[in-house]
Ligand binder design. Structure first.
Ligand code: SAH
Ligand code: SF4
Length: 805
């Protein structure tokens, strides 16, 4: 083999918002090709797979595309599957781009030339009701589309009401009345008993296709549906190679295949899959809810494949949030212009698009090959999860999980009264006496610990030393017994054990969500129940800590606000949550590197600034370098706007501040955050402007829960921007899709509304990511926390709100 004229010298990957992974291949003579290896929700995994790609292909001849493809596919022990094939897909696209550019021709020239001059395209629309989908279809028609795809239905039960079928029919008819053709996506979420009925119900309307009527694993079931309906059946987005597709063709159950150019082996493999399809008389409509490079690759296939019928296009799709859309990273966005339902042949060299490299590098947050750099794309991942789940989130859960406990009536007698509803009188609460008479050391400040030892009879000098040692054992090593404290004389252990306890909150129930979120139901010695939540992410783990049992503030969208019982948690109960999490995660001794628990948010149950002293003392223990050692920059305190305590919070605690703003007019905020009647928006924002330590590097987070028709208009978004500018706030906005709970008086805004709202803020230069709801299946998401304490009636809540006013 002769030495190649050019070699690959660099393979870089760029995780960019909203949820894409771009690949850049560079040669020793400075040529570059771009590909896209986006695998929705699993960018890190694909990025990781590129480490092996680099080992294998740096130094290789980039022009041997097929050779590289075969090596990448066959020469590892494992082959196929979404992760490895997405990495290979991105690399393959980049190699085609590179080669065609070197030759100065579009990729379609290398594929044998065009069989058509323009490619028919369709876009996604959302909406639950007929008038919503009709409006969305109209908007698409005005953009130039003649075909759309929409969800056939929300989740259906295994055997659901026929009414659900009628609803789908109405929505399809409403879209068609706008003069637009429509394909229906079942997303594999409909089961066989309903799928066959739904297929029959929509058949008279002649939709373009039914996508994934069942999951691709149920090929025999799909074959059955295919045999009974005349509507074309489409599937393939979850298949990764010609071998996966072979089973589908052999099952004779599909009319249109939808390989994804970023998952099914890139241009090379999808071209082969399309040719296989042709031999079965099956059409091709590549799946592409992804970014611009993937679309460009799809269009190259579309221009050269005889059995290609239509191309999916992600312009304005609900996943593209935070101001990042299909055209964001293009130098010339006009290449994807849609006219008369078509995109014209891409005439430029390579894939036919020019990537704005500076923008990509800035968005990915780093330059250079090799490193895993998902920090900057975290928002993107959130956004994608968001998009995927929003429609489900917005449906009320309609159930409360079974609780494995009851609150005993006598515990009400032990409830700590909170003086006044609005005056933020800090109520330090004396530790509850333990039944065994011992004093719990957790939660005591260093001085209090020493004083407690002295009061128990230890002499002052010894108490100073022992206090220091015990402190270290408690907070650095996580000791839960004196017997392990090896630097304290054994003879002294019984003396300590008789007088003191090292407490942890009692765990009543521990639940794990399907997304990895963990929720613990905890109980205090006086039978008060509260909750904490751990949210693991790829590059961080966040513990959401409660400050009170219940909350007096009765925000109308918050489940916690409906609890009858309210009591401040002690400093020990607050720091105890962090220690318990460390126990559960096996993270003792405290060490700065490699922890899972990296961040703390005071966003659990309760208003932390109504329990100021205890929250402050607990957080000081958390931040102490000799103790739990978490930096103040990794701790965020969220307040609903207790203005008089904000300056003190800045001065005495100094952590990041989050403010639950949620509305920009007095009328709406008065309704949804009743504390606004006491401390209005202007006062609150002035307090934010004065908050010590807030600057561009440490911005104040404004939380904004998206409530349909209540606070989510474009005008609201613009007013939010105006307010932030007016008070010159170093701010970011956190858009929280409303998490429903049984009986909640609001609904979540639609995904389109959330996106439009976010875009307005983002375009004003203010970051406005949409927070992914986490742990909804175990009621662990924002605002869903509520323990079994009896719920208050609406009338009682209204009275409580009046009291705030
Ligand atoms: N009491 C504090 C901290 C706890 S609430 C505060 O209000 O800031 C944490 C966040 O969840 C707040 O921004 C709160 O407004 C928000 N939240 C409450 N209920 C919610 C719901 N049902 N859906 C989404 N977010 C909610
Ligand atoms: Fe309390 Fe915060 Fe819920 Fe309002 S949102 S009721 S302040 S916990």
């Amino acid at each position: 083999m002769t030495a190649p004229d050019t070699r690959i010298v660099r393979i870089e990957t760029f995780p960019v918002p909203p949820r894409w992974l771009f690949v850049r291949v560079e040669t020793d003579d400075g040529r570059v090709g771009w590909g896209e290896a986006s695998l929705e929700g699993h960018g890190e995994a694909v990025d990781g797979a590129f480490a092996a790609m680099r080992d294998r292909f740096v130094g290789h001849d980039p022009e041997r595309i097929e050779d590289i493809w075969q090596i990448a596919y066959r020469l590892g022990f494992y082959r196929g599957g979404p992760v490895l094939m997405s990495a290979l897909s991105g690399l393959d696209q980049a190699l085609w781009d590179l080669k065609a550019r070197a030759l100065g021709v579009p990729v379609w020239q290398l594929l044998g030339g065009r069989v058509r001059d323009a490619v028919p395209v369709y876009a996604w629309i959302g909406g639950d009701r007929p008038h919503e989908v009709a409006a969305a279809a109209r908007a698409r028609r005005e953009q130039g589309f003649k075909a759309v795809k929409m969800n056939a239905t929300a989740d259906l039960g295994w055997l659901d009401s026929p009414k659900a079928l009628a609803k789908t029919v109405e929505r399809v008819a409403a879209v068609q009345a706008e003069g637009v053709d429509v394909g229906l996506d079942f997303h594999g979420r409909v089961h066989r008993p309903m799928a066959k009925q739904l297929a029959a119900a929509v058949e008279p309307l002649k939709p373009l296709f039914l996508e994934e009527p069942l999951l691709s694993e149920h090929l025999d079931g799909i074959a059955q549906i295919a045999a009974q309906t005349h509507t074309p059946i489409a599937l393939g987005e979850r298949l990764y190679s010609r071998w996966d597709f072979r089973r589908v063709f052999e099952a004779n159950c599909v009319d249109i295949i939808q390989p994804d150019l970023s998952h099914a082996g890139g241009i090379s493999e999808c071209r082969r899959i399309a040719a296989m399809a042709e031999t079965y008389d099956v059409a091709v409509a590549p799946h592409c809810p992804l970014g611009p490079i993937a679309l460009a690759a799809c269009l190259q296939i579309g221009l050269t494949t005889p059995n290609h019928v239509i191309q999916e296009m992600s312009l304005g799709i609900h996943y593209n949030v935070g101001g990042n859309d299909l055209l964001t990273y293009l130098v010339d966005p006009d290449v994807f212009a849609v006219a008369d339902g078509m995109v014209a042949a891409l005439e430029g060299p390579g894939l036919g698009i020019e990537i704005d490299e500076d923008r990509v590098r800035a968005a990915a947050g780093a330059v250079g090959a090799g490193a895993t750099r998902f920090g900057a794309a975290r928002m993107a991942r959130c956004a994608s999860g968001e998009g995927a789940r929003l429609s489900a989130v917005c449906k009320p859960l309609g159930r409360s999980p079974p609780r494995a406990y009851i609150v005993e009536m006598q515990s009400i007698a032990a409830v700590m009264p909170i003086p006044g509803h609005i005056d933020p009188v800090p109520v330090p609460r004396a530790p509850v006496a333990r039944a065994d008479g011992r004093v719990d050391l957790i939660g005591l400040t260093k001085d209090q610990l020493r004083a407690t030892l002295t009061e128990a009879g230890m002499d002052a000098r010894q108490a100073k030393l022992r206090g220091k040692q015990i402190w270290h054992w408690l907070y650095n090593r996580g000791a839960t017994a004196f017997s392990v404290m090896t630097d304290i004389a054994k003879a002294q252990h019984p003396w300590l054990e008789q007088r003191f306890a090292i407490g942890r909150p009692e765990v009543i129930e521990a639940q794990v969500s399907t997304d990895g979120t963990r929720k613990w139901l905890l109980r205090s010695p006086d039978a008060q129940d509260y909750e904490m939540v751990f949210i693991p992410d790829a590059d961080r783990g966040t513990l959401c800590v409660s400050s009170q049992v219940g909350c007096t503030l009765n925000c109308r969208f918050c489940h916690t606000g409906t609890m009858r019982l309210v009591r401040n948690l002690t400093a020990g109960e607050i720091v105890g949550q962090v220690m318990l999490a460390r126990d559960a995660l096996g993270e003792w001794p405290s060490q700065p590197e490699g922890r899972m628990l990296t961040n703390i948010v005071m966003m659990g149950m309760g208003e932390p600034l109504y329990n100021f002293d205890n929250v402050r003392d607990a957080l000081k223990l958390v931040m102490d370098g000799d103790g739990l050692g978490l930096s103040r920059r990794r701790i965020t305190l969220s307040t609903s706007g207790v203005v008089p305590m904000m300056a003190r919070a800045g001065a005495e605690i100094g952590v990041n501040l989050a403010v639950s703003l949620h509305a920009v007019t007095k009328e709406v905020r008065d309704e949804i955050v009743p504390l606004n009647r006491k401390y209005g928006i202007d006062e609150l924002l002035q307090a934010c402007a004065d908050y010590p330590g807030a600057n561009n590097a440490r911005r104040i987070t404004f939380e904004y829960v998206m409530l349909a028709g209540k606070n989510d208009s474009d005008a609201d978004a613009r007013e939010l921007v105006r307010l932030i500018r007016h008070y010159r706030l170093p701010a970011k906005v956190n858009l929280i899709p409303f998490n429903p709970w049984p009986g909640a008086p609001y609904e979540c805004s639609t995904p389109e509304r959330v996106r439009a709202f976010s875009t307005i803020i983002f375009e004003a230069g203010i970051s406005a990511p949409v927070r992914t709801p986490r742990g909804r299946d175990i009621d662990a998401a924002c605002g869903q926390l509520k323990t079994a304490a009896e719920k208050r009636t609406r009338a009682e809540l209204d009275r409580a709100v009046e009291a705030v006013a």
